[in-house]
Ligand binder design. Structure first.
Ligand code: COA
Length: 322
């Protein structure tokens, strides 16, 4: 019997209703639109309201991904959620979303890989599909970083936004010309202290906040991402000229541009949403995919390269034929 491979059949996104511009932030902290734009490319971000929880946003994105894939809740037998900002310690946000979608079978769990979460979720789902353990998998990145940001720390609070993105993956035994070609994921805990969430669940006296040494993260980002991208191309005997689209994690315009340049891709081959969404961590790649599929830039048959780096450090890449 032909072994199954993974196809990415539908993508969906959700962004909170409230938009906060750089100028809005400049009325509250000592920063400016010019500084934020110049260093990061960010002009605005969406910030969740009280009802826009990780579960709520993930559910909305998942519903859109299912619709795009022509699927229903009955087709879902696994849900993997990547989030650094779960609504609760447990049940996992994936299980809450399972309930919200009305799915009662299969399995659901969260993974914690910070901004690399979507690439990790894709890698895990792809391996499980290839192993025959599930046939219809929702992978979701959903983040409410606004709840863990120190809004007095101008070095971090201007960089992040809230949102969710999802993809519906199917096991396919025919049409091997499209689908997930490969995934490569990495972690190195030696760099755990340059980007982390301070405080543990249950320490209610001490609010949890994101802490970052921006310069150090920047220093690691391009070499590690370049390594993961080279690894993906080499493993598949492909060259940068084969890539139609780079859909990078959206942390900083300067990192995105450096990666595009390294791959010799024109600006019209790199999907950028960081200007409007800021860094939505595990949600950023599916939100960017959604953006470029919805407006028709990414088309069936295109070769898409995704890459991300996040706290841990964690990083990785994947190649997908749409
Ligand atoms: N507005 C105005 N000034 C700010 C500021 C803000 N929001 N944040 C920091 N500054 C100031 C600093 O206080 C510092 O001032 P000083 O020189 O008087 O001390 C100056 O700007 C430079 O700060 P620095 O942190 O060295 O800036 P930078 O050039 O490294 O840019 C980042 C900061 C965060 C934009 C940059 O390091 C970066 O993008 N890093 C990668 C972060 C990232 O991608 N993280 C997510 C990975 S998933």
């Amino acid at each position: 019997m032909t072994k199954p491979h993974t196809t990415l059949d539908g993508v969906g996104g959700y962004l909170p209703e409230r938009i906060v511009t750089n100028d809005d932030l400049a009325t509250r902290i000592d920063t400016s639109d010019a500084w934020i734009r110049e260093r990061t490319g960010i002009t605005m971000r969406h910030i969740a309201g009280p009802h826009e929880t990780a579960t709520f946003m993930g559910e909305q994105a998942a519903r859109r991904a299912l619709t795009r894939a022509g699927a229903t809740a009955e087709d879902v037998d696994a849900i993997i959620v990547a989030t650094a900002t779960p609504d609760q310690g447990f049940p996992a946000t994936a299980v809450s979303i399972q309930h919200a979608l009305g799915v009662t079978g299969g399995f659901a769990f969260d993974i914690s890989a910070a901004c690399s979460g979507f690439v990790y979720a894709l890698a895990v789902a792809d391996a499980m599909i290839r192993a025959g353990q599930c046939r219809g998998v929702l992978i979701i990145g959903t983040e409410v970083y606004s709840r863990i940001l120190n809004w007095q720390d101008r070095g971090t609070c201007v960089l992040f936004g809230d949102g969710a993105g999802a993809a519906f993956l199917r096991a396919n035994t025919n049409g091997a010309d499209r689908g997930v070609i490969s995934t490569h994921i990495h972690a190195d805990g030696r760099y755990g202290d340059i980007l982390y969430i301070d405080g543990a669940t249950g320490q209610t006296a001490k609010p949890q906040h994101l802490v970052m040494n921006g310069r150090e993260v920047f220093r690691h980002a391009v070499p590690k991402l370049a390594g993961a991208v080279d690894e993906a191309l080499k493993a598949n005997n492909l060259s940068h000229t084969d890539i139609d689209w780079l859909v990078p994690h959206q942390a900083n315009r300067r990192i995105i541009d450096a990666m595009g340049k390294r791959l010799n891709l024109g600006p019209d081959q790199v999907v950028v949403t960081v200007d409007r969404h800021a860094n939505t961590s595990a949600a950023s790649i599916p939100l960017a995919l959604d953006d470029a599929i919805t407006d028709g830039r990414i088309k069936p048959g295109h070769l898409v390269l995704i890459e991300a780096l996040g706290g841990g450090l964690t990083w990785g890449s994947a190649l997908i034929r749409m």
